[in-house]
Design a protein around this ligand. Structure first.
Ligand SMILES: NC(=O)c1ccc[n+]([C@@H]2O[C@H](COP(=O)([O-])OP(=O)(O)OC[C@H]3O[C@@H](n4cnc5c(N)ncnc54)[C@H](O)[C@@H]3O)[C@@H](O)[C@H]2O)c1
Length: 669
């Protein structure tokens, strides 16, 4: 049966790893593939990687699979087991199509399939959702086994996931999470970038990014919304002249998974975006999608176009097909005015395809990173030094530059670029320090999201309407401190359908605080219980949020009491969500800024209209936001002190230790 090219979708899931070898699959050149990974394993380690891979299969098949996996390891630096890719299309199907014994498990299957949908995922055949190395699984055997376990699990079991590997189903209770995911958890001294290369090649760990390895990615919409909020607030607060982005230029890099949201978001915010992208495939995708309006290869012509846009205060996005360093250096040489600058190349992954050094073609770089990694590393660092010099020159002319959470400042400093102040701190803020931290996270506002598991447009439209009603209602009595945040999100949700952002599952994002999230969940519960919403709703969030992530160069970069280098909050958040009712929880090393630089976690919660699920949502969402506000408040962030005091007024059972502020003048004595 398994050798046939046709197999029913449900049967294929229930089959797990087929007993008979499926036919080998050709390497599909039409698909966007992950770059070849660095050669890092010695001969004995290669043997270990192969033995590790073969343990998923009966010994009788090892003779056939060994040379094939060995070829994959040589050719791609990893063993993906392409032969085991399912025959049926992977995408978020309506929940009732999944073979399952409990709906929670079916909802998780839907979320996994969404992360691997070829319309959604960056390198679908390598099981990478976004960010170059953000993996859902390490190989196709893990995918097949996991789906089979989920199809068979009951509410008396919990599935344990070790970096894509399903360890197994363990007895538990209906109130326990159905799945507990950890990705990339390492002994701290073994968490350098090369450790990821090595242990991932051995098949014992993976980089789960944030919402890739936790099955909570909702395609570009999530990131467009967050980018919109960031760019809009940067325009409000940090540009000269009138407030807002009209007629102002934002220069940046990247048209990839997340970075590709920058041009679209800038246009929604009313500005002019100029974005460099070295990979023609990425440029073409974004151009076809309408996310970037125009593409230029000639910088002179490009800036003639910008001149017109500036004069007309046009909202427009323009791609430069080429290297970002060439773009910045052209801007400096030609004295071009730029109000805001940033960068979203994947510098969390600088030497394995995240950043392309100036002076080399894409193909030359791809070859060099695999064949001559040391030379490639030097080229990346030289490129970062040149990029920083150009950015510094523009900063002197008044441009506002911010780090976009991609480890630009960190890698530039490692490259020896002129990026540090005398006190050793970076010259530029991260977008969290200046924008998202004080304006959103410290008040509890973050990227809440939901997915309609029916796959129905009507359900999504109804949830939009319910969320809008809740937000408008909250706005009526909101303290002034959070009115802008509510207004921005009310406008977003009003325009959400018109912006046509849904790719993959029927999902929606908006930035809401704890009260907003809980009230929206309650409204969904009521509509589910009354049968107005036709199938369960999955609630979740990005890890890039108030409480989910400890990351000193990003989410917690606006924590200034020294605790930005600790990871208690993310771990407490994960454990707390698990024991308060999340349907699944995840804890990751890496994500955004890179392996070893961040601990982050997330959750998914299935609301099915039952009182038990409503109670779980209420309990968990309150904790999920407020534990982070409490930590931010203890770090003396004034907005968080305000927010946690408000939360204590609303919930008498909440008792938080508040900081006593010290008068700085005491230290001058
Ligand atoms: N958008 C956000 O809100 C957000 C938030 C936090 C962090 N990030 C970070 O932003 C980075 C980008 O994420 P992504 O998903 O878009 O990654 P990606 O790898 O899909 O895209 C990055 C793009 O940059 C291009 N690029 C690299 N070097 C270049 C160069 N020198 N010149 C021109 N183009 C170049 C690549 O070709 C690629 O298409 C990641 O590090 C991510 O963690 C984004």
């Amino acid at each position: 049966m398994s050798v046939s090219t046709k197999i029913d979708f449900r049967e294929e899931i229930l089959e797990g790893i087929p007993t008979e070898l499926p036919p080998a699959k050709p390497y599909d050149l039409a698909v966007n593939h992950a770059p070849k990974r660095k050669k890092i394993l010695g001969p004995e380690e290669k043997k270990l990687a192969l033995k590790n891979a073969l343990r998923y299969f009966p010994a009788s098949q090892h003779k056939i699979l060994l040379p094939e996996f060995s070829h994959e390891l040589e050719q791609f630096g990893r063993i993906y087991m392409y032969r085991y890719m399912p025959v049926n299309e992977i995408y978020a199907r309506p929940i009732d199509e999944y073979p399952a014994k409990c709906r929670q498990a079916a909802a998780i299957m839907l979320m996994i399939q969404n992360n691997l949908d070829k319309q959604v995922a960056q390198h679908p055949h390598e099981l990478i959702t976004y960010g170059g190395n953000g993996a859902v699984f390490q190989n196709w055997a893990q995918y097949r086994l996991t789906m089979q376990y989920l199809a068979n699990m009951t509410e008396e079991q919990t599935l344990v996931m070790y970096s894509g590997h399903p360890l197994g189903l363990f007895p538990s209770t209906p109130d326990a999470p159905r799945v507990i995911v950890t990705n990339g958890m390492m002994i701290p001294n073994h968490s350098k970038p090369d450790d990821w290369e090595k242990y991932n090649a051995l098949g014992v760990t993976q980089f789960g990014q944030m919402t890739a390895g936790s099955y909570m990615y909702i395609g570009p919409q999530g990131i467009v919304h967050g980018t919109c909020i960031t760019v809009m607030n940067a325009g409000r607060r940090f540009t000269r002249g009138e407030k807002g982005l009209q007629g102002k230029v934002f220069v940046t890099c990247g048209l990839g998974g997340m970075s590709g949201a920058q041009p679209k978001a800038t246009v929604i915010a009313g500005g002019i975006c100029v974005v460099a992208e070295i990979n023609p495939k990425a440029t073409e995708t974004r151009h076809k999608q309408g996310w970037v309006d125009e593409v230029f290869t000639d910088l002179m012509e490009l800036f003639e176009r910008v001149k017109v846009a500036r004069a007309n205060k046009e909202a427009v996005s323009i791609a430069y097909q080429g290297n970002v360093v060439d773009l910045w250096e052209f801007i400096v040489r030609n004295n071009i005015e730029v109000e805001i600058g940033s960068d979203q190349s994947s510098l969390h992954n600088p030497f394995a395809g995240g950043y392309y050094p100036v002076g080399y073609s894409l193909e030359e770089s791809n070859l060099m990173m695999a064949e001559h990694p040391e030379e490639f590393r030097n080229a990346v660092y030289a490129s970062l030094r040149r990029q920083t010099d150009a950015i510094n020159a523009m900063h002197h002319k008044g441009m506002y530059f911010f780090d976009y959470g991609n480890a630009f400042l960190l890698e530039a400093s490692r490259a020896g670029a002129d990026i540090l102040k005398e006190d050793g701190n970076f010259k530029y803020p991260s977008y969290i320090q200046d924008i998202l931290g004080p304006m959103c996270f410290d008040y509890g506002f973050g990227p809440f999201r939901w997915v309609c598991t029916s796959g129905s447009e009507n359900d999504l439209a109804l949830t939009d309407a319910l969320a809008l009603e809740v937000m408008r209602d909250l706005r009526k009595s909101a303290p002034t401190e959070i009115c802008t945040q509510l207004d921005d999100n009310i406008r977003w949700i009003e325009q959400a359908q018109a912006n046509n952002m849904v790719v993959g599952s029927k999902a929606r994002i908006l930035y809401a605080d704890a009260t907003g999230r809980m009230k929206i969940a309650a409204a969904f519960h009521k509509a589910l219980a009354e049968g107005k919403i036709s199938a369960p709703i999955v609630l979740g969030r990005d890890h890039h949020d108030v409480s989910g992530t400890d990351s000193p160069y990003r989410e917690t970069s606006n924590i200034y009491d020294g605790s930005q280098f600790t990871a208690d909050m993310a771990v407490q958040n994960f454990a707390g969500d698990a024991c308060r009712g999340a349907t699944w929880v995840s804890l990751h090393n890496g994500g955004g800024v890179g392996w070893g630089e961040v601990i982050n976690g997330g959750f998914g919660l299935v609301l099915d209209g039952s009182d038990a699920s409503a109670k779980r949502a209420n309990n968990m969402l309150f904790w999920d936001v407020n534990n982070g506000i409490a930590r931010r408040s203890w770090a003396r962030n004034p907005e968080a002190i305000f927010a946690i005091r408000e939360a204590m007024k609303r919930e008498p059972l909440l008792k938080v230790t508040l900081p006593n502020l010290v008068d700085d003048s005491l230290f001058t004595i």
